[in-house]
Design a protein around this ligand. Sequence first.
Ligand SMILES: Cc1ncc(COP(=O)(O)O)c(C=O)c1O
Length: 361
Amino acid sequence: MAKGITPQKGIMEIALYQGGASKLDGISNVLKLSSNENPLGPSDAAKEAVVRASHDLHRYPSTDHAALREAIAEVWDVDPARVFCGVGSGEVLKLLSEAYAGKGDQVLFTEHGFSMYPIYAHACGATPVVVPEKERVVDVDAILAACTKKTKLILIANPANPTGTMIGSGELQRLAEGIPPQALLVLDGAYAEFVDGYDAGKALVEARDNVVMTRTFSKIYGLGGMRVGWGYGPQAIIDVLNRIRGPFNLSTAALAAAEAAVRDTSHTEKCRTENAKWREWLANALAAHGVPSDTSTANFILARFGSEDEANACDDHLKSEGIIVRRVAGYGLPNCLRITVGDEAACRRVAHAVGKFKGVK
Ligand SMILES: Cc1ncc(COP(=O)(O)O)c(C=O)c1O
């Protein structure tokens, strides 16, 4: 590489994103619980839509995503003109960072926030600012205290990953009302559908001009492999995002799968109910083995061990039994393991393996 060719400042600060592992050498019956994927998979309607879409693969996809935005609008009762679709919610978050933050600006997120947030901040040349949480819960007062004239973006996942905790609508409103005028609050709702009755910030988006919410098809809809997400926000912000996205950012198959998935509300409901049932079962089973967790509102639990050594030893034991979970030391939680809620068999297998590790017969 020629000496004068250098990437933008900040990019070399980025540590590569570590995805959840999916293979264990020498073990065939591997149970992957490291990426918060839906154990029930996508709706059959989504799979059928992908097969149908295969007949049109020589055509460019829709550039305005109108059919998908309309479906999202009908199901979630939002204005389709203010829905923006991206390659996973990751693309929506990245474009928001690129559009609203740059050199000299600050991007705020919290202590145990999603590990992509510092990457988005560095990638657009902004300065990441990490705000403390309170006992693994987002602390609105701490965020408000950390805001400055340079704060352009505040990224909060609600429910949060990897803690699984969330804050209530009163706190969200206090946050949106208290941030400085040049700052945009982004409510990342990757796990919002797992919370019965939570609007993911929709009312706040509609009442204000400084809040955007993002959602994904990768979690409850079981379409992580398709890469579809969306955002909902003030028209002016959606118009900005549409100016900088690729014109054909979503493939024909991805658009078709997502549209069918969002319309299949009975499958979504089934996934939500099953997840809630087995999440509670798993949390109780682990607690009975001496491994507590905060009440999770998402599709994973954050299992807490006595020490980093114990968490790592449990992870090694689970791996020896063919179970892959997520170490979260990189999130400032070295004594914890994040475990995706699988189906009944998966949860029983995890509980059994943790029990064995803890010496419980
Ligand atoms: C909190 C949070 N936000 C955003 C994402 C990005 O998801 P996707 O790009 O698949 O929509 C994830 C994925 O794990 C996540 O946990």
